[in-house]
Design a protein around this ligand. Structure first.
Ligand code: HEC
Length: 150
């Protein structure tokens, strides 16, 4: 009798829930309220430094999983977003994510939100943080104050 006998059925129970996340019914609630994000998640510091390497690693995932909605440059005008009639925030505007912590952005990418699909287990934890850095890198730098790290 091995421990797997217990672990395996538990995993099988979760697997369909993870793969069935594609939005099938449109959610009526459109206003992004991220109140459900746990405080610990919000406070979680970004363990991955904002470096060119991190940005390069993230670019692959951004192109594969995000650009179709958020747009290649992050302006929110990706083709899929237009097809789905989604109005997305403009990440090229530094004001957009100014008040969000890296932990919050990480959580949103990991778990999704309303019409935003979860990245889930598709990327490693470190790559998920790379994506946080990437999203930040999209902001057009206007002043030095905007570039201050969290
Ligand atoms: C199917 C289209 C779609 C895809 C693909 C998608 N997003 Fe989103 N994203 C959204 C929508 C819609 C919202 C707004 C969520 C809401 O209204 O609750 C959002 C919100 C966000 C936010 C929060 C913005 C804010 O208001 O603070 C971040 C950060 C984000 N997305 C990053 C990403 C990243 C990184 C990827 C790729 C891993 C990605 N998204 C893929 C549709 C998408």
């Amino acid at each position: 009798m091995s421990r797997f006998t217990l672990v395996l059925p538990a995993l099988l129970l979760f697997a369909p829930a993870l793969s069935a996340q594609q939005p099938s019914t449109p959610t009526p609630q459109k206003t992004p309220t991220y109140a459900a994000i746990p405080v610990e998640a919000i406070k979680q510091p970004n363990p991955v430094k904002f470096t060119p390497e991190s940005i390069t690693r993230a670019k692959k995932w951004w192109t594969l999983d995000c650009a179709m909605c958020h747009g290649k440059d992050g302006n929110g005008k990706g083709e899929t977003a237009q097809d789905m009639k989604l109005t997305l925030a403009d990440f090229t505007d530094p004001a957009t994510l100014k008040d969000r912590t890296d932990g919050e952005v990480f959580y949103i990418i990991k778990n999704g939100h309303n019409d935003m699909p979860p990245e889930g287990p598709r990327v490693k934890t470190e790559e998920n943080w790379d994506l946080v850095n990437y999203v930040r890198s999209l902001a057009k730098k206007k002043t030095d104050a905007e570039q201050k790290p969290q």
